[in-house]
Design a protein around this ligand. Structure first.
Ligand code: SF4
Length: 278
């Protein structure tokens, strides 16, 4: 099929396949591919017992006959042409539409508004936070509270505006009492973030805080060990730094974050202003 696709289509197809993999639909689809000729193998214990009998009796023992499983109906499975259409039209809008009024995890029960993400759909830089807080939940926009104001200052210190970048979170609904999102919530919601990242295809991703870094990089180490280092991630570069909410509690860490952001500016070819303090 390679010869039928442009390199752009191949890249987008890979992104879609990663998305289905992120949603754990890979096995589902491979099961469906083999429907109609699916065979149930004899259970391991039965097979082992049969092989022992062969050794003792030194004569062939009939194996249990494979049991054919009736084909299940394929519901809403897109054709390859439909997949290619979607690949060409893969956008943030489509991802938002597919997210809908999501009830896929328990966070939907207490949210006010879904905070999908905001900013430039063609941004070279994406900031990823943990999840919405109170102000974000009320407004439906990411990083609009006190920590958001600090993030805005950080972005402006880089010589950019919020409209130049894209801002999203690992989970799109506010966890009660601003608690950390739980593992099942991150696992359910993060594929939509991955899809946003693939649709935007930025040059750099900055994870704000350990929750975002752990969700994207699947690492459990304290953020202080890897902050400011570049990682290769989904065809782009990713760096983690401290969350603005942490900086509000620990202003001394702003200097570290400014060093990290200067590396991001270097990657993006942005000039560091002499009077920038971070
Ligand atoms: S956090 Fe994500 S997965 Fe959970 S309900 Fe909200 S949008 Fe859906």
């Amino acid at each position: 099929m390679d010869s039928l696709l442009t390199s752009h289509q191949r890249e987008k197809l890979e992104a879609w396949l990663r998305y289905y993999n992120d949603l754990n639909l890979g096995e589902f689809y491979s099961d469906r591919r083999s429907m109609g000729k699916r065979i149930v193998k004899p259970r391991a214990a039965e097979a082992a017992a049969a092989s022992v009998s062969v050794a003792v009796a030194a004569k062939p023992v009939p194996q249990p006959a494979p049991v054919p499983v009736p084909a299940l109906p394929i519901v809403n499975a897109p054709s390859m042409f439909e997949v290619l259409d979607r690949i060409e039209g893969d956008t943030l809008e489509l991802t938002r539409e597919q997210l809908g009024e999501c009830t896929r995890c328990k966070l939907h029960k207490t949210r006010n508004k879904i905070v999908f993400g905001a900013g430039n759909p063609r941004a070279e830089l994406i900031f990823v936070g943990e999840g919405p807080g109170h102000d974000e939940d009320v407004q439906g926009l990411p990083f609009v509270g006190r920590a958001g104001k600090l993030l805005t200052q950080m972005i402006e210190a880089m010589g950019l505006s919020r409209d130049d970048v894209y801002i999203a979170n690992v989970v799109k609904c506010r966890p009660p009492e601003n608690r950390k999102p739980e593992e099942d919530e991150v696992a359910t919601c993060s594929p939509y973030l991955f899809r946003q990242i693939d649709a935007i295809a930025p040059k750099a991703i900055v994870c704000l805080g350990a929750t975002a870094a752990q969700a994207l990089l699947k690492i459990q180490e304290p953020i202080s060990r890897y902050r400011g280092s570049w990682f290769d991630y989904r065809n782009t570069k990713l760096m983690a730094t401290y969350h603005p909410a942490y900086l509000l509690r620990n202003p001394a860490a702003k200097a570290d974050v400014w060093k990290d952001l200067q590396k991001v500016m270097g990657l993006l070819g942005l000039q560091v202003k002499k009077n920038s303090k971070g």
